[in-house]
Write a protein that binds this ligand. Structure first.
Ligand SMILES: NC(=O)C1=CN([C@@H]2O[C@H](COP(=O)(O)OP(=O)(O)OC[C@H]3O[C@@H](n4cnc5c(N)ncnc54)[C@H](O)[C@@H]3O)[C@@H](O)[C@H]2O)C=CC1
Ligand SMILES: O=C(CO)COP(=O)(O)O
Length: 337
């Protein structure tokens, strides 16, 4: 415990200094409160502390003085709450290296673990069974949040209103507005599924299929998200909110999204292997699509757009995949089929 903690100040820790972890740290430190930020890469924490910049991941931002970066994961355990912002495929291994955990863990990554099919709250619960899990998710491009532009997120608290009372003051800032939910599953499904659908919308852009097609895809994609989310035990109400529909519309409409840009490259004719090669940054949808398609098939939940993205990533041509989607049998509009 630091002297400031002994005097009653809460220190929030952010695990993962990619674009989103760094932007969250910046937002939380915007009023001078202390934030500890863990960076994986050798020398990155030191560079952040000396230059106040995170060149590799968020070069646009000059970071607040109250952000203290560290390369020592063990030192994060003393924080009063932790935001976990490692890519979904690395979250389990990162948490396994932590000696202990604070009471509140807030999961901010958007994805499903490829090998196991675990959602991030399953991963966190296994690593930290004594902690209470929350999920922070919504339409939030990192560079905008880091620039102090306003945004709103779902803060889904597995610990219900008691956890919300602890976390809301720790997370809310004038430009960062959390909304309460108790639906951890719904919040996680929204973030994970929208990344896959953003790839599909990028393909539409890359093939120049027009705005009508993109909005048809967003709407039918949302039906898939709802169907899957509700089947997994999430609430439709949650998916209608910031972490579902809100994030879907954002990510499916902008080349600021890595997932949308990946899809656009595929639509323009690049192979998945080429489009994913040498990427420092993460397009979570590429990892989520195969495991999501598998889980949905096992649950008998229809997700034809997700399946199409999965086929595309496995090497099918964008034109063939679009033609197959358009040739599906005509049916009543709705969620059940
Ligand atoms: N960038 C954004 O605007 C937003 C991203 N997210 C989510 O946040 C999560 C993190 O994404 P970004 O911060 O954008 O990442 P990024 O793409 O900017 O950076 C990649 C991150 O992966 C980390 N990494 C690479 N190998 C690792 C390993 N073996 N173990 C642990 N960490 C490793 C790097 O240290 C770096 O922090 C993702 O799940 C993403 O979907 C959520 C909201 C907004
Ligand atoms: O999740 C995001 C915005 O809410 C960021 O999307 P990308 O990971 O596709 O860039």
């Amino acid at each position: 415990m630091t002297l400031r903690q002994a005097q009653g100040e809460r220190i929030i820790g952010v695990v993962g200094a990619g674009a989103w972890g760094t932007a969250l740290a910046q937002a939380l430190a915007s009023d001078g409160r202390p934030v500890r930020l863990w960076a994986l890469e050798d020398g990155l924490a030191e560079a952040i502390n000396t230059t106040r910049r995170n060149e590799p991941y968020l070069p646009s931002a000059t970071l607040a003085p109250s952000i203290e970066a560290t390369g020592d994961l063990a030192s994060m355990a003393d924080c009063d709450a932790l935001l976990i912002v490692t890519p979904a495929q690395h979250t389990a291994a990162t948490l396994a290296k932590m000696p202990h955990f604070p009471r509140d863990l807030v999961l901010c990554s958007k994805g499903i673990e490829a090998g196991t099919g675990r959602m991030m709250h399953d991963v966190a619960h296994e690593a930290a069974p004594g902690s209470v899990i929350a999920v922070l998710s919504g339409p939030t491009f990192a560079h905008e949040v880091a620039a102090g532009l306003p945004c709103a997120v779902t803060l889904a608290c597995g610990g219900g209103e008691a956890q919300w009372e602890r976390l809301a003051p720790a997370v809310a800032r004038p430009a960062l507005r959390p909304y309460y939910s108790d639906d951890v599953v719904g919040a996680e499904v929204g973030g994970a599924v929208k990344n896959v659908l953003a790839i599909a919308c990028g393909v539409v852009e890359g093939l120049s299929l027009g705005q009508n097609a993109r909005n048809a895809l967003i709407t039918r994609g949302f039906a898939e998200m709802l169907r899957f989310g509700v089947a997994r035990g999430g609430k439709a109400e949650t998916l209608n909110g910031l972490c579902g529909l809100g994030d879907l519309v954002l990510t499916c409409s902008s080349t600021s999204s890595r997932n949308f840009s990946l899809g656009k490259a595929l639509g323009e004719g690049m192979s998945a292997a080429e489009a994913l090669a040498d990427k420092r940054t993460v397009a979570e949808g590429a990892h989520t699509a195969p495991v999501l398609a598998r889980i949905a098939a096992n649950m008998d939940v229809q997700m034809p757009i997700v399946e199409a993205v999965n086929e595309l990533l496995a090497g099918a041509s964008a034109k063939d995949v679009v033609a197959a989607l358009l040739a599906r049998p005509l049916k009543r509009e709705g969620l059940s089929v």
